[in-house]
Write a protein that binds this ligand. Structure first.
Ligand code: NDP
Length: 327
């Protein structure tokens, strides 16, 4: 048996969350069993635990879309007991049991070796947000972004994805401008490496088809009018990585940036990203992210406190990241 948060569905279809014992023989199929030490609360986990969004597709469910820990048992050629591993996505906490329990069983092909640079707790402070930021930076570089081409805009800058994106880009020598609604966070954003901040109100209204060319690359976590304004102000042939919808799912734009400036809009999905890109994202994080930077914005809770923390997350009362110590 092992301890986990277990979500069940009541007759009235409401979600019940409790810390309880789960049976190891009920773990899903997979060739690697992991002793999970840490997970984290992502927005998706908050939706699952509170029942506020249709994240969970089978019941009962152990939530947690990511985890870090140590291999306990393996018949996969690449992993042996004691190896430190991290996992993001692949439907964990949605369609199969996830990281908010002391044991998880997964196909070894989904696991990434945890770089020496990070402890499991630090890997979860980075979390799926930081890993998605790294995937976005890699995509911009794949599309030709280099520091000499001009400033890079990061939207939703004080969020989890935005913060790590700023730190990675700045460490690679890019000039980074942070678009934020929290201008009071200027010192924090500059501390991460932003050279300037910009009020998100400037991009909150409808976009013109084309505006002044400002950005050599951009990472957008917001969507809707924000992304439309970003697209209209991109330089010729520049790339935009679209990875979030914090402001909304629509995109009220036109084809003008694409057909008149050759702007490249690149989608980032972290959940089913193939393994080579995952390994590259963690290598980028290991080389360019100082985990000490995350400590000031990280709160650590145990499994039992993760349930009220999920409520706080949904109520917008959490600043920074919530790491869950599962041990
Ligand atoms: P956070 O909630 O930590 O940050 C989002 C930020 O967006 C906020 O801090 C705020 O930044 C800004 N924001 C929030 N609401 C609005 C609004 N209405 N209009 C404009 N800006 C707004 O989220 P994460 O950073 O963890 O995630 C960002 C997005 O990326 C989310 O939509 C998430 O679902 C998505 N995501 C996608 C993944 C993928 O695989 N593609 C993986 C992980 C996350 P500020 O106060 O600075 O303006």
């Amino acid at each position: 048996m092992f301890t986990a948060i277990i979500l069940t569905r009541a007759e009235d279809k409401s979600t019940q969350a409790a810390v309880a014992e789960a049976d190891e023989t009920d773990l899903p199929e997979g060739d690697v069993t992991v002793a999970v030490s840490h997970s984290t609360l992502n927005y998706k986990d908050g939706l699952a635990i509170t029942g506020k969004g249709p994240v969970v597709r089978s019941w009962p469910m152990i939530p947690g879309i990511d985890f870090a820990g140590t291999v306990a048992d393996s018949s996969h050629a690449a992993f042996k007991p004691g190896d430190r591993v991290v996992l993001n996505g692949w439907g964990l906490g949605e369609t199969r049991w996830g990281g908010l329990g002391a044991k998880a069983r997964v196909p070894g092909d989904w696991l990434v070796p945890l770089p020496d640079a990070f402890s499991p707790a630090q890997a979860m402070a980075i979390g799926t947000a930081g890993y998605t930021a790294a995937l976005s930076v890699l995509e911009l570089e794949r599309q030709g972004a280099t520091p000499d081409k001009g400033p890079v805009l990061v939207t939703g800058a004080s969020g989890g994805v935005g913060g790590v994106a700023i730190a990675l880009l700045a460490s690679k020598g890019f000039e980074v401008v942070a678009l934020t609604g929290r201008t009071s966070e200027e010192a924090y954003l500059k501390g991460l490496g932003a050279s300037a901040i910009m009020d998100r109100a400037e991009y909150a209204g409808p976009a013109k088809p084309l505006g002044k060319e400002r950005w050599a690359a951009a990472i957008d976590t917001v969507g809707t009018h924000t992304l439309a304004n970003v697209l209209s102000q991109m330089k010729m042939y520049s790339p935009v990585a679209s990875c979030g919808l914090a402001g909304g799912m629509d995109l009220p734009s036109s084809v003008a940036p694409f057909i008149l400036r050759g702007v490249k809009l690149c989608g980032i999905d972290s959940v089913y990203m193939p393994k080579p890109e995952r390994v590259a994202a963690y290598a980028l994080l290991a080389a360019h992210l100082d985990p000490a930077r995350l400590e000031a914005m990280t709160e650590t809770v145990g499994l039992a406190d993760a349930i009220p923390a999920a409520e706080r997350l949904m109520a917008g009362q959490v600043r920074g990241r919530v790491v869950v110590d599962v041990t």
